[in-house]
Design a protein around this ligand. Structure first.
Ligand SMILES: [Zn+2]
Length: 198
């Protein structure tokens, strides 16, 4: 089959996105061919604007439209409490529960020796320096309930406790091996309330 080069290029780019296989990529590309020019341009602009407008918060590493994210710049948040999450997506998931009033710290992943990811590849240093000032009393570790997520939680507990920080782990309401992103708000809120000390 002779696919026009421009169509082929788009299909290739789309197939690189998470959750989109070659079949879906092709379906989306053919759909775009039928879309109005203006709609395609809006879509393209939303993608380039996203990269220009959104960066990482300089304090917590969550996504932000300025150098400080809305959570870090909110004086009403409890500054003595930090919730550690794997990704910025998890911040949004926990914020949706409306139950958490502290700050966040985005690790950017979990420790995974098999994938060659160690603490130095994650935002651990930043977390340590935030916890060294004496303003933070408690850290809740909300990494996903996977083997790597649990190992990362234990590692963080080991390095944070000597700083006089109370280190907690979100409760086991979440199914083992699951992903925070796909859990419902009530379950996440429950696991936050029922957190246990590490
Ligand atoms: Zn922030």
């Amino acid at each position: 089959v002779n696919i026009p080069a421009h169509l082929d290029a788009l299909i290739r780019e789309l197939s690189r996105l998470p959750g989109i296989g070659p079949k879906s990529a092709s379906r989306i590309a053919f759909h775009m061919l039928k879309m109005a020019q203006g709609d395609v341009e809006h879509l393209a602009r939303a993608m380039t604007d996203l990269k220009e407008a959104i960066s990482a918060c300089s304090v917590c590493g969550s996504i932000s439209e300025g150098s400080l994210c809305p959570v870090c710049s909110d004086p009403a948040r409890e500054a003595s409490l930090i919730c550690v999450v794997e990704n910025a997506k998890d911040v949004i998931t926990i914020e949706k529960t409306g139950e958490y009033r502290g700050l966040y710290h985005v690790l950017g992943g979990v420790i995974s020796p098999l994938d060659g990811i160690g603490p130095e590849d994650l935002a651990v240093k930043g977390l340590l320096s935030r916890c060294s000032g004496g303003a933070v009393g408690e850290v809740v570790i909300a990494t996903n309930p996977t083997i790597e997520g649990d190992a990362t939680a234990l590692y963080l507990a080991r390095i944070l406790k000597p700083l006089g920080i109370r280190v907690m782990r979100i409760a086991r309401g979440l199914p083992v091996g699951s992903d925070l992103e796909f859990s419902d708000s009530a379950t996440i809120a429950r696991s936050m309330i029922g957190r246990v000390e590490l």
